[in-house]
Design a protein around this ligand. Structure first.
Ligand code: NAP
Length: 461
């Protein structure tokens, strides 16, 4: 009996063990499944956070990671990027259509009321700009020399400089001052009383624009002598008859709206120009806000302000239409930049030109560029070069000094290298002698005495 009971107990034990094993398997599998579930949920959360962040950055879910896309099947929250590109392209095309429409409207506004533009100083640069400007308005020129034929050739009127009244009687909207830098002050001084007389009759003067290659000097002179009824726009087209002979596309046009409706731009509010984008604002935002930053009056609502700005915008639009890259910049900053770019270019061209360099049958591309630099800089008058130096003296003098120091440094480096080279060869020479003597020593009868003498033979070149 007790044997039967033992057998039953054994069987019960085995059954119990088997049940426990199954139980632990089951528990194990459930735990694994739970863990897997939790980690999957975590991954979903991470990927969702990633997509949301990239959406915030890019404005779309196009940047979805591999994770984000993989989770798409499990997680319906992730936005599919499919079709978004197409949508963006359509928006882009729409904007481009709108831009073309605006440009066409702008052009027709410009053409509906062409400006009458006077040019004072019809030399190399005056003629160069007048030829293009004549496509956009009526041109009247005045100069010391008689340029009647050249003027007729471009459908412009010529009036001698000695007759300023007749010049002003042409109802000019704009007067461009394109005389040499060195004669600028005397020209403005001579013109000022006639402008005074003109504005006392009309109450409104033409817009005065200078194109001088130095800007602070031009600004000071214009503000000093011109009647306040004349608005002032200081400009510098950063190109000339050579660089602009094939059109003005992408060439820089620097401008400062110096005085608009009797309000003067404050140069202390100087701003920096950062490749097309001045803190995300357009040229007009910048120029306008700077001009008026010190004033509380509601000038923008006045008719005279609107009228003044209209002429300025019409004039600037011509350069814009010709493809210039419009650069609003204070006169002060212009002069700092120009000394480092324009003056140094002219200086190098003049220095190299003074060497009497000329073409050879074996010119390299580098040398061809040197000759081009000489040609383009010496084609301009010496007056222009002198003006660049004299009327931006602080900056131009420092450029000359830096150039002299740099020249000395470069020559010094060459001399140092040459000295080191000499020392190396001297050493080599002495080592060669030692070697020769060592080879010949065993057969030498006099031995050491010969070595001593030969060692003293100095190295010369
Ligand atoms: P320029 O030698 O600087 O100036 C020549 C002009 O100045 C001629 O119209 C000349 O008139 C006039 N002029 C000279 N002395 C005069 C005086 N005592 N009284 C009245 N007028 C006088 O050569 P430019 O290249 O034609 O330059 C003209 C202006 O444009 C300069 O202010 C220059 O900075 C600026 N600019 C030139 C370039 C360029 O690439 N050349 C580029 C941008 C800006 P007459 O011919 O009747 O004697």
């Amino acid at each position: 009996m007790w044997r039967r009971n033992i057998v039953i107990l054994l069987i019960l034990g085995v059954v119990l063990c088997l049940c426990c094993d199954e139980y632990f398997h089951l528990v194990g599998r459930t735990t694994n499944a739970l863990e897997l579930n939790i980690s999957n949920r975590k991954r979903c959360q991470i990927s969702r956070r990633f997509v949301t962040r990239s959406e915030a950055l890019s404005g779309s879910s196009l940047n979805g990671s591999k994770d984000g896309i993989n989770n798409n099947s499990n997680n319906n929250d992730v936005v599919s990027p499919i079709g978004r590109l197409e949508e963006l392209k359509q928006q882009e095309a729409e904007l481009s259509r709108k831009l073309t429409e605006i440009r066409m409207e702008k052009l027709s506004a410009l053409r509906s009321k062409p400006l009458t533009i006077g040019v004072v100083g019809f030399g190399r640069f005056g003629q160069f700009i007048a030829r293009t400007l004549s496509k956009h308005g009526k041109i009247v020129v005045t100069s010391r020399s008689d340029y009647t034929d050249v003027a007729n050739d471009m459908n412009a009127d010529y009036v001698p400089l000695s007759d300023p009244e007749s010049f002003l009687d042409k109802n000019l909207d704009v007067i461009i001052l394109a005389t040499s830098i060195v004669s600028f002050e005397s020209t403005v001084k001579a013109l000022a009383p006639h402008l005074e007389a003109y504005t006392s009759k009309t109450n409104k003067g033409p817009l005065l624009v200078d194109v001088l290659s130095v800007k602070e000097h031009a600004r000071d002179i214009l503000l000093e002598y011109l009647p306040e009824e004349c608005d002032i726009l200081c400009t510098h087209p950063m190109f000339g008859p050579d660089s602009g002979k094939n059109g003005w596309h992408n060439l820089n046009f620097v401008f400062e709206k110096t005085r608009v409706d009797k309000i003067v731009f404050d140069p202390k509010n100087k701003f920096d120009f950062d490749d097309n984008n001045i803190n995300g604002r357009t040229s007009d935002d910048i120029s306008d806000s700077l001009i008026y930053s010190n004033y509380n009056k509601n000038f923008e609502e006045t008719y005279s302000y609107t009228e003044a700005m209209d002429i300025i915008e019409r004039f600037l639009s011509i350069w814009e239409e010709e493809g210039c890259r419009m650069v609003p910049l204070s006169c002060k900053l212009h002069d700092e930049y120009a000394a480092n770019s324009q003056f140094i270019t002219h200086l190098m061209g003049r220095i190299l030109g003074a060497q009497g360099l000329s073409k050879t049958p074996i010119d390299t591309k580098g040398f061809e560029s040197v000759l081009k630099l000489i040609d383009s800089t010496t084609a301009d008058s010496f007056d222009l070069f002198y003006g660049l130096y004299k009327f931006n003296k602080k900056n131009s003098l420092s450029i000359i000094q830096q150039l002299q120091v740099a020249m000395d440094d470069v020559v010094d480096n060459l001399k140092i290298l040459e000295k080191e080279d000499f020392k190396k060869r001297q050493l080599q020479h002495e080592m060669d002698i030692q070697k020769t003597l060592r080879v010949t020593e065993p057969t030498s009868e006099r031995g050491g005495t010969e070595t001593h003498t030969l060692n003293r033979i100095p190295y010369t070149e």
